[in-house]
Design a protein around this ligand. Structure first.
Ligand code: CP
Length: 318
C-alpha cells in the first residue's frame, strides 16, 4: 500500500493552510535536523541536484542566513539574489523578476516581500516550490514553526499552554503566524498591546486581548515579545520609547506574575531597552532567544526537505 506523503503541499505560504498533523510532521523532521546541525560534519546530500534561490526584498539577518545554511547543509545549490543590485532598481516588477528566475529552472524559491500577499501571487506564476520568508503584515510561517519547536523542546509539549504575545501586534506577521499555529495546537493565546498597536478584530483569530502587561502576563508559561517596527510607522503610535518601555517593555518586575518556569522569546532583531530589558534578554535561565535562532536552521532544513520530497518523490532526511 502506498502511504500519502505527510506534507502534501507544493508551497509553504502560511500557517493558516496547515493542519495540526502537518505542523507535527514539520517539527518532528526539524528535531532530526537539530542533530544534523549539531554534528561535527553537517553536510547531507538529500537536496543534491536541486537549486534554491533566496529572494529577499526586505532586510534580514536570521531568516536569510538560516535558509542559506539549511539549503547548503542538505546539499542544494543555493543562490542569494542581491535584490539591491538587481534590475528591481530599474523598475522591474516582482512578477517579471520572478518569471526571469523561473526561466533558470530553480526548484525552490524562498521569498521575503514587504507587501502582504505578494508571495502567494508569485507562487501562482512560477513552476517551482515557493516558501514564504515573510510577507508584509500577513505571515512568517517558518518563524512560527521555529518558535513552536523551541516551545515544544523546552516545555515538553505544545498544547494547553498560556502564551502571551506582546507589543507591536499591528505590524507583525510573526504575531499572525503564531496566533494561527498556537490556536491550532490548542493553546490559550493572549495578546498584550497598546490600543494603537493592536489590530481591530484580532480577537476573532481566537485570542484574548489585554492592554496591561500585569493582567495579561498572569500565570503565563511563555512570553513572546515583538519588535517595535518603527520602519513601518508613519504616525505617532507611541508617546516615546521611555514611556513604551515603562508600560510594555518586559522586565523582571512585570514578569514576576508569570509562572516561575516561564520562558521569554523574541523573534529578533531586538530593540534592547525598548520592548525588552537588556539583562532579561541575556538571562539564560529565562530567555530562549539564542535557541530560537538555532531552531530556525533546523525548521528551515525540515521545510526544504519536505518540499523536496514532494518534488522528487524520495524521502529526504533519514
Ligand atoms: N525574525 C526574523 O525574521 O529576523 P530577520 O528579519 O533577521 O530575518
Amino acid at each position: 500500500m502506498v502511504h500519502p506523503h505527510p506534507f502534501p503541499h507544493r508551497h509553504l505560504l502560511g500557517i493558516e493552510q496547515l493542519s495540526p498533523q502537518e505542523i507535527g510532521t514539520i517539527l518532528d523532521r526539524a528535531d532530526e535536523c537539530v542533530s544534523i546541525s549539531r554534528a561535527a560534519r553537517k553536510k547531507r546530500d538529500v537536496l543534491k541536484g536541486l537549486t534554491q534561490i533566496n529572494m529577499f526584498f526586505e532586510s534580514s539577518t536570521r531568516t536569510l542566513a538560516s535558509f542559506e545554511l539549511a539549503g547548503k547543509r542538505l546539499g542544494a545549490d543555493v543562490m542569494n539574489m542581491a535584490v539591491k543590485a538587481s534590475s528591481v532598481n530599474k523598475g522591474e516588477t516582482l512578477i517579471d523578476t520572478a518569471m526571469t528566475l523561473n526561466a533558470m529552472h530553480p526548484d525552490i524559491l524562498v521569498v521575503r516581500h514587504g507587501e502582504s500577499g505578494a508571495v502567494n501571487l508569485l507562487a501562482q506564476k512560477v513552476n517551482c516550490a515557493v516558501v514564504n520568508a515573510g510577507d508584509g503584515r500577513r505571515e512568517h510561517p517558518t518563524q512560527a514553526l521555529l518558535d513552536a519547536l523551541t516551545i515544544r523542546r523546552r516545555k515538553g509539549r505544545l498544547h494547553r499552554l498560556n502564551i502571551a504575545i506582546c507589543g507591536d501586534v499591528l505590524h507583525s506577521r510573526v504575531a499572525r503566524s503564531n496566533i494561527h499555529l498556537l490556536n491550532k495546537m490548542e493553546n490559550r493565546v493572549r495578546i498584550i498591546a497598546p490600543p494603537t498597536l493592536c489590530p481591530d478584530g484580532i480577537e476573532r483569530l481566537g485570542c484574548e486581548v489585554f492592554d496591561s502587561m500585569e493582567a495579561g502576563l498572569e500565570g503565563c508559561d511563555v512570553v513572546m515579545m515583538l519588535r517595535l517596527q518603527q520602519e513601518r510607522m508613519t504616525g505617532g503610535f507611541i508617546p516615546s520609547h521611555r514611556e513604551y518601555f515603562h508600560r510594555y517593555g518586559l522586565d523582571e518586575d512585570k514578569l514576576s506574575v508569570a509562572k516561575p518556569d516561564v520562558i521569554v522569546m523574541h523573534p529578533g532583531p531586538m530593540n534592547r531597552g525598548v520592548e525588552i530589558d537588556s539583562e532579561l534578554a541575556d538571562d539564560i535561565d529565562r530567555s530562549v532567544i539564542q535557541e530560537q535562532v538555532e531552531m530556525g536552521v533546523a525548521v528551515r532544513m525540515a521545510v526544504l526537505s519536505l518540499l523536496a520530497e514532494g518534488l522528487t518523490g524520495e524521502r529526504a532526511v533519514a
